[in-house]
Design a protein around this ligand. Sequence first.
Ligand code: GLV
Ligand code: MN
Ligand code: MN
Length: 423
Amino acid sequence: MVDITDSINVQAISEGVSSARLARDLAYLAALGARDDGGVARLALDTSDIQARRWLTEQASTLGATASVDAIGNVFLDLPGREPALAPVVTGSHLDSQPTGGRYDGALGVVAGLEALRAIRDTGVTLRRSLSLVSWTNEEGARFAPGTSGSAVFCGVRGIDETRAIRDTDGLTLGSALDECLATLEADGIARRPLGTPMHAFIELHIEQGPILEAAGAPVGVVEGIQGVSWFEVTVTGSANHAGTTPRAMRRDALEGACALATSLREIARDEADCVRFTIGKFAVSPGSVNTIPDQVTFTIDLRHPKAATLESLATSFQRLAEQSWAGCEAMLTPLSRIAPVEFPASLTALLSDTAEDLGLKAPRLMSGAFHDAIHLAGHCPTAMVFVPCRGGLSHHPNENVELNDAVSGTRLLAASLARLCA
Ligand code: GLV
Ligand code: MN
Ligand code: MN
């Protein structure tokens, strides 16, 4: 339990959080890349994502903060503390979305961080450490795979050149989309900042994207860690021929092979405890003609588990399966990315739990099934996360929904915890 008489008045800070400002900012962002079905399609570095970043930098002046952007497009707002030489405390998330995304995945963490900075500033107290808000570039990986580009490059986990070279399905590189974004921000007068700057701590608020907190009737949750994730691409190659004339024995149908392989991969990933998460989310058939036998199928695998050893052994099994012949076709499995599971430090999760208790918020502990930029930050500085429940555990869907009261509770916990870390 943190001493409630400590120098930071957590009650005053938490009461400074404005639900009206939170609702207004969420509505503003929901309009950028809005879909007709109520969801959001704000793909990394597209026009609406660039607009969202500009909006964020525009918040700096009323906040009394300085806006800056680094070489991978991460946007920062820095609120100076009494001792600016000390490493800052940082919060934030991402502004890009899935193509059929909701209004809260990522956006809530940025808006909550902004509101937390405002609530702290409104108390009139200047904290010892500086406080920064960040929006990381391309967390989703929906347009440019793999995701978490901004945080991975910032933390030195991936190189900037390899990241700039990633192409979207139109063949456009992340680098060229990024250059357009950087030029826009430069024209707005936003200063450039270095990558990899030291941080005292990083706290990311995010929607849970799962059903646990809603079922527990809790307005917030304290995240203990993030499960690991491996992405693969599988290519199955057969040969194209006439659909009407080619007898079965003479076919090398890439789709037949891909379906059989996909089923075997799924079977080998099945576990009694239902801990393994296995998803084939993209499946492309080529040449894509009604009356031509497919000669190539490409599909992706998203594999997740809290234990690195399980991910390793499944990857080995996948590779063995890919080496076999599938309906006379050859398969090739290529690892696209691998992010190891992380456990957040007990000192930070305890600070979040104690602060939640001081604010009278029920805050169960849970693991994150989704990955977040915090997974890379965990190797850069002490890192932790706050979750807010979402209706029906639904996410990566236009109907994603969060109760405003829960968003406010999460922001209160975030603001009070950030202030304690800055003291
Ligand atoms: C993040 O968007 C994830 O897929 O976990
Ligand atoms: Mn997210
Ligand atoms: Mn997401």
